[in-house]
Design a protein. Structure first.
Length: 312
């Protein structure tokens, strides 16, 4: 079972408009509300591809109950820690021929007691888990090293962790004594970690960057190359996973879908090539759908066969 963690979930609300008028009324007839957050996108893709999972994190209030109802409707197993505060909402206004304007609430501020209660809950769930994914931002009130604390708790139960975070939480996660199994930094995150400019299209330089001491002890590093696929380091081996040209409908959530593919293949003990092909396929399939964090399982085999992996 894969345990997917979303510490700051949201109700994601999409407002499609032909034109966003400023300083006046905009009326909406088509409103889409989903259980959102990077980890819940991961959860949805894993569920759609029929892999066992449990989604966890922190929820509270009426919005939290709405998120759980949406997960129930989708058939996604979940077991959250609950707080007295209200979970957040995030609004995306889709307007004017492809523009997207977002209004993102910060979400609740957790107390030390809330954090401790979640860790107790997390420890109980680890007993069932083969692998953990941690995705997205930390709620306010939790220290930047909270994810590294979770990684240590998982290691105590011999459970590996895939970490998809940024900023101080990512830095704390990879500089702690116990490392995540896999990280998936983008170009900007790599540059921030190394304090040097990074060009993701310069593969020889990227190979050198990933040998920096800050990455020591991290088994997998996956760097998205956009339409060119991904550059991957697994221990001392390096690969480029290339994807075919596809019709992109909505790229939002493709990173989370890629992470879902990585988690499933690693949890199933697949070899390097299969891990990368699975991840590229789930990422591609998400971009082909209008709904974020969604794939069509019927297309999986067709697009899996189109991914190529080259050792570098």
């Amino acid at each position: 079972m894969i345990l997917t963690v979303t510490m700051n979930p949201s109700i994601d609300i999409a407002y499609p408009l032909d034109h966003l008028a400023i300083d006046t009324v905009n009326r909406i007839t088509d409103v889409r509300k989903t259980a959102g957050g990077k980890g819940l996108n991961v959860s949805r893709v894993i569920h759609l591809l029929s892999h066992p999972l449990v989604a966890t994190g922190v929820l509270g209030g009426n919005f939290g109950r709405f998120i759980e109802t949406k997960l129930d409707e989708d058939g996604i197993p979940h077991d959250f820690s609950h707080i007295d505060q209200e979970s957040r909402q995030c609004i995306a206004i889709l307007h004017d021929g492809g523009n997207q304007t977002e209004i993102l609430e910060a979400g609740p501020e957790l107390s030390a007691a809330d954090g401790a209660a979640f860790l107790t809950h997390f420890d109980q769930l680890l007993a069932q888990a083969d692998l953990v994914t941690i995705s997205g931002s930390l709620p306010r009130g939790l220290a930047p090293d909270f994810y590294s604390t979770m990684i240590a708790h998982a290691a105590a139960k011999q459970v590996k962790v895939i970490l998809d975070a940024s900023g101080a939480a990512l830095t704390a996660g990879i500089t702690a004594s116990i490392k995540p199994l896999l990280i998936k930094p983008n170009e900007d995150e790599l540059a921030a970690l190394l304090n040097v400019p990074v060009d993701k299209h310069d593969l020889p330089a990227l190979k050198q960057h990933l040998q920096a001491p800050v990455f020591a002890g991290i088994e997998w590093i996956v760097v998205s190359l956009g339409a060119a696929g991904a550059f991957v380091k697994h221990n001392d081996r390096y690969y480029q996973a290339a994807i075919p040209k596809i019709n992109v409908v909505n790229p939002v959530g493709s990173g989370d879908s890629t992470l879902a593919g990585l988690a499933m293949a690693i949890a199933d003990g697949k070899d390097d090539e299969a891990v990368m092909k699975t991840a590229m396929t789930t990422g591609m399939l998400n971009t082909m759908e209008a709904q974020t964090g969604f794939v069509n399982p019927a297309l999986f085999d067709e697009y899996y066969a189109k991914v190529t992996v080259t050792a570098l």
